[in-house]
Design a protein around this ligand. Structure first.
Ligand code: AKB
Length: 319
């Protein structure tokens, strides 16, 4: 079957890499990147449409024009920013999803992807090896919107027959695009500061463990889930999805293996409370069993690859 894919939020941290991977898989012309921002780098080498996900008429027009078979709905406001703009965060994350779900059913779109997050868990969730099915009491607007989004995904699957799939992303680490407004962003900033200044001030305390994943694994897993036979998938809210866990102190030590003079200090801010309400590690056995998920990168592999690629980018001044 010939695929036509629309990606919303394509200029964001996940979108800028996932769109390129989808184009490698399905061909350049088959994947339409959309965003309110202007695409840069590799992302600019394919079809692009300016699209504010709250513009319902424009969504209808895009669907009519491109007749997509799949939509990856990545546009969202992340945890730290949404705490600053709660109503805006809720509106962006929720309304855009509901518009898309309705439009997808109406236009018979075959498959939809919705990114959930470890932010959907809360302070009464078991922290270690958080199970797939457990207490979920998010304390952030972002987390509340992700948990509600998961519920809507299951509703549209069960009641409207929409094949919508989702993973709960941990903190994602990448060197291609900077994240914006997340609680896990420190784990990327630290690499740039380590290379530029040899020093980093972390906004999370030394001993805050969080589930994390290297972007190539996140892309691989997302594509794997979207290609899995529908009848093998029993989770229609969102799959637990894990890479590795580390604290800021453990990450700093891993960087010191490459840059022995690197130093770090800690000045926790409002993001500490968000991180404290999230799990430390995730049990992703449903994803492993049902669609063959297996991460490829360890913490050490990720650190070596990040430093190598950021050094190369810095040398050619491309960030
Ligand atoms: C954030 O920190 O908000 C995101 C996430 C874990 O969903 N990176």
């Amino acid at each position: 079957m010939k695929e036509k894919i629309i990606v919303t939020g394509a200029c964001g941290q996940i979108g800028s890499e996932l769109t390129v991977a989808l184009r490698e898989q399905w061909g350049n012309e088959a994947v339409i990147a959309t965003d309110v921002k202007t695409p840069e780098g590799e992302l600019a080498d394919g079809p692009f449409a300016h699209f504010d996900v709250l513009d319902r008429d424009r969504l209808g027009a895009l669907i009519q024009q491109h007749k997509p078979t799949q939509v990856y709905h990545l546009a969202a406001m992340l945890s730290a920013t949404a705490e600053k703009y709660p109503l805006k965060g809720w509106q962006l994350n929720m309304d855009s999803l509901l518009y898309l779900l309705e439009a997808a059913v109406e236009a018979n779109i075959r498959k939809v992807f919705f990114p959930s997050s470890i932010g959907a868990f809360g302070s009464h969730t078991p922290k270690d090896q958080t199970p797939q099915y457990t207490t979920m009491d998010p304390s952030t607007v972002y987390g509340i919107s992700k948990l509600a989004g998961e519920g809507w995904c299951q509703y549209y699957f069960e009641k409207r027959g929409l094949d919508i799939r989702s993973v709960r992303y941990p903190g994602l680490i990448s060197y291609k695009t900077l994240p914006g407004g997340g609680t896990t962003d420190y784990a990327i900033d630290i690499f740039y500061q380590a290379l530029q200044k040899g020093n980093y001030t972390s906004f999370l305390s030394a001993d805050t463990p969080l589930p994390m994943m290297y972007m190539p694994d996140a892309i691989k897993g997302t594509l794997q889930l979207m290609e899995a036979p529908a009848d093998q998938l029993t989770v229609r809210t969102s799959y637990n999805f894990a890479g590795f866990t580390f604290t800021p102190d453990q990450l700093a030590q891993a960087i010191q293996q490459h840059i022995p003079s690197f130093t770090i200090q800690y000045e926790p801010d409002y993001r500490q409370a968000i991180a404290d309400s999230w799990p430390s590690s995730i049990d992703d056995s449903f994803a492993r069993k049902e669609w063959g998920w297996q991460p490829g990168y360890s913490l050490e592999d990720m650190v070596a690859d990040m430093l190598k690629n950021i050094r190369a980018k810095t040398a050619t001044n491309t960030y």
